[in-house]
Ligand binder design. Structure first.
Ligand SMILES: Nc1ncnc2c1ncn2[C@@H]1O[C@H](COP(=O)(O)OP(=O)(O)OP(=O)(O)O)[C@@H](O)[C@H]1O
Length: 289
């Protein structure tokens, strides 16, 4: 299974250019974190992968085929988002049965086990469940669908911390037992970063980066110490953040920083650390002044 985007552009109507020349290739069953500020274009991109929308130009291919109106490809992908169930009179049990009927890989028994773990009332109409329980229902459908590509677009809305924690645990367990391409779009960066194998960041409709989580983190180095020492070691580097507290200066650098360089910085009295994904995300996606 793979997803390839080549020179992908997407616009809502004539003027609303939302995705701009996106290129990437995803071909391993891993967990991909898709990050971006509000309005960056995450849902638009995911809805193209989920065959809800068609690129304006360029292409998005799943196993070499365009997903839009392609029944075979559509069966391989679950695009789960925060759905509106306000007029859904059916209960969770009958909707899970429907999923079992229409989704080829759906595991109904697993869905029922999850419902029990999440304490989801299977008999109440979906419209009568709380927002968090409706999100839990979505999570259960997506996990139990076992599609080779499973997309979770901010599905956690309304779920409380213990429920989200259970979701993450089940997700990791599922990925180990039934590896697939899982894409998680989220704003809960520091809460979910440990789940990601790879990270994709979209900024203003453009793909800013696609890297492994480890590699990305290794690029973000923080130096804390005297102005002179900080200046010496950050000279010529890409400084993405600078802060001064009294005489102490702190910078976040983005880019390769070798082990010997780190050792030398420590010998000069600098504290050398790594940025979190949360910090890197904030710095890399901040608006220019
Ligand atoms: N149906 C639509 N019609 C017109 N413009 C839209 C539509 N849906 C989204 N947009 C616009 O497309 C841009 C990208 O929106 P999108 O929902 O893809 O971003 P996002 O990264 O998922 O944002 P968020 O994190 O806030 O959910 C925004 O400028 C938004 O206003």
């Amino acid at each position: 299974m793979n997803i390839v985007a080549r020179n992908l552009n997407f616009a809502y109507g004539r003027h609303e250019h939302v995705l701009k020349d996106i290129n990437f290739e995803i071909n391993e069953p891993k967990i991909y974190g898709l990050l971006g500020r509000n309005g960056a274009g995450k849902t638009s991109l995911l809805s193209i992968i989920g065959s809800f929308r068609e690129p304006t130009s360029g292409e998005l291919l799943i196993k070499g085929e365009a997903p839009f109106e392609n029944a075979e490809v559509m069966q391989q992908v679950t695009f789960m988002y925060s759905k509106d169930f306000s007029s859904e009179t059916e209960n969770a049990k009958s909707l899970l049965k429907d999923s079992n009927r229409y989704r080829p890989n759906f595991d109904y028994d697993y869905a029922l086990q999850l419902a029990e773990k999440f304490k989801l009332d299977l008999k109440k109409p979906l419209s009568k469940l709380s927002k968090g329980k409706q999100s839990i229902f979505n999570v259960i459908v997506a996990l139990a669908s076992r599609t080779p590509i499973t997309i979770f677009d901010e599905v956690y809305l309304g779920m409380d911390a213990p429920a989200r924690d259970l979701f993450y645990k089940e997700l990791l367990k599922e990925q180990e037992l039934h590896p697939r391409i899982m894409i998680l779009s989220t704003h809960l960066v520091s809460e979910m970063d440990y789940l990601f194998d790879d990270v994709l960041i979209i900024k203003d409709g453009k793909l800013l980066l696609h890297e492994s989580y480890e590699e990305l983190l290794s690029r973000g180095v923080t130096l804390i110490g005297s102005k002179q020492a900080v200046d010496t070691f950050s000279n010529g580097k890409d400084i993405i953040h600078h802060e001064q507290l009294g005489d102490t200066h702190s910078v976040t650098l983005y880019g390769a920083f070798g082990e010997d360089e780190k050792q030398r910085a420590k010998q000069q009295g600098l504290q050398v650390g790594h940025s979190s994904l949360h910090d890197l995300f904030i710095q890399l996606t901040k608006e220019e002044d």
